[in-house]
Design a protein around this ligand. Structure first.
Ligand SMILES: [Zn+2]
Length: 68
């Protein structure tokens, strides 16, 4: 969840962690993104900023109801 929190610029209410986990269980796309990100972090231990496709990031924000 820390990675996802980083996706969303740091702040992530614990309540959203549940939403994310539930979403990951049903979304065909997000688990792939998370898996890829974990591999990237494993490769580059000190990755300054995890790169996530903007459309995926937006997707997560919308799914979590974080859109402002
Ligand atoms: Zn998704």
């Amino acid at each position: 969840m820390a990675q996802l929190s980083n996706f969303l610029d740091g702040e992530l209410d614990p309540a959203y962690c549940e939403k994310i986990e539930q979403h990951l269980a049903t979304c065909p796309m997000c688990p792939i993104v998370v898996d890829t990100t974990k591999k990237t972090i494993a490769l580059y231990h000190d990755a300054p900023q995890t790169e996530i496709p903007p459309q995926v990031r937006q997707h997560l924000i919308e799914v979590l109801g974080l859109d402002k």
